[in-house]
Design a protein around this ligand. Structure first.
Ligand code: NDP
Length: 298
């Protein structure tokens, strides 16, 4: 009985670990966890550090930050403490940061990258993103060439973009030699980006969603809560699962320990095709963020 009891526990732990490790594969063969934690609007203080540490201890392996969030130091401390608490190594984690407008231009990218990894206390990033395309195509392409330099010099594991639409990609892909592995964009049940999603699929570039909960605004939606009742999960968990089943990488933000845990407890259920369609049909083409075609920074 003792032995049987122990075996059950071991199997459960193994399942949990395997689940947390679920990844997607980029065209370059590198992998990325399907679920990570976001850190936008989390200030550079203890709360940020504790959230990142709690995420790692709870099983997250992917953390998303950006220079413009102003919290890379505390994200870095959270990573350090998370590694210490779990006994994991740096290579077990997948860390993303982003290059902002003031660092655009091929010659500025390496410095911006060094500054970000120094603040994070890391030797390298797993993913570095151009945060927004901006409105000057020539500068955007020149900046991407700086990203290619980093990648070719083996300083960063993967390079990608954020907030690019199909037109931005058409311009970029025509003039550069290395394709982004990922495009991180606003994506949630009220903004389902069907055309862009299909475009990226054809290009073999992964989509990653930001503001998957529409910054919490979507979590009281009736349909999401009804589906939550059907699968015995919260509306937040339903949204994360809907992302995953669309093949979209998802990085919900929370600084609340119980929610951090809740948002990764999404590997033990599946939405049916009918439930996926009900969520798809909530689309209103409603953004909360700026339109990438016109956005030039804060
Ligand atoms: P989200 O859509 O992830 O929503 C975060 C909000 O939802 C917070 O108020 C959080 O509260 C709340 N929340 C989280 N989990 C739950 C839960 N289980 N139940 C109830 N409420 C919950 O918003 P973000 O805008 O932060 O987007 C996620 C991440 O995407 C960002 O943090 C950032 O890393 C990235 N991002 C990238 C952008 C880009 O331009 N590339 C733009 C915007 C975001 P609390 O924290 O209090 O628990």
């Amino acid at each position: 009985m003792d032995i049987f009891g122990n075996r059950v526990v071991i199997i459960k732990i193994r399942r949990k670990e395997v689940s947390f490790m679920e990844t997607i594969e980029f065209y370059n063969g590198h992998t990325m966890p399907k679920v990570g934690i976001g850190t936008f609007r989390v200030e550079n203080n203890d709360e940020c550090k504790e959230a990142v540490k709690h995420a790692i201890v709870s099983g997250y392996r992917s953390i998303d930050t950006a220079k413009v969030y102003g919290n890379e130091e505390q994200v870095g401390l959270g990573i350090k403490e998370g590694l210490e608490a779990t006994g994991l190594e740096r290579k077990d984690l997948f860390i993303t940061s982003k290059l902002y407008f003031e660092d655009f231009g091929r010659e500025n990218v390496a410095n911006a990258y060094e500054t970000s990894i120094n603040k994070l206390g890391l030797d390298y990033l797993d993913l570095y993103l151009v945060h927004w395309p901006g409105t000057n195509e020539a500068i955007m392409i020149d900046t991407w060439k700086g990203m290619e330099d980093l990648y070719k010099d083996d300083k960063v594991k993967n390079i990608g973009v954020s907030n690019f639409n199909a037109e931005h990609f058409e311009a970029l892909l025509a003039q550069v030699s290395i394709k982004p592995v990922i495009n991180q964009v606003e994506f949630h049940p009220y903004f389902t980006q069907n055309k862009l999603r299909k475009y990226l699929e054809v290009q073999n570039i992964h989509m990653e969603s930001w503001s998957p909960f529409m910054n919490a605004q979507i979590l009281d939606d009736e349909t999401l809560n009804q589906i939550g009742k059907e699968v015995n999960k919260s509306a937040a968990q339903v949204v994360i699962r809907w992302n995953m089943q669309h093949g979209v990488i998802v990085i919900p933000k929370s600084v609340t320990p119980q929610r951090i845990e809740e948002n990764i407890n999404v590997f033990d259920f599946k939405l049916t095709d009918e439930q996926m369609e009900r969520i798809d049909s909530l689309n209103k083409d409603q953004r909360i963020g700026p339109d990438p075609a016109t956005f030039e920074g804060h």
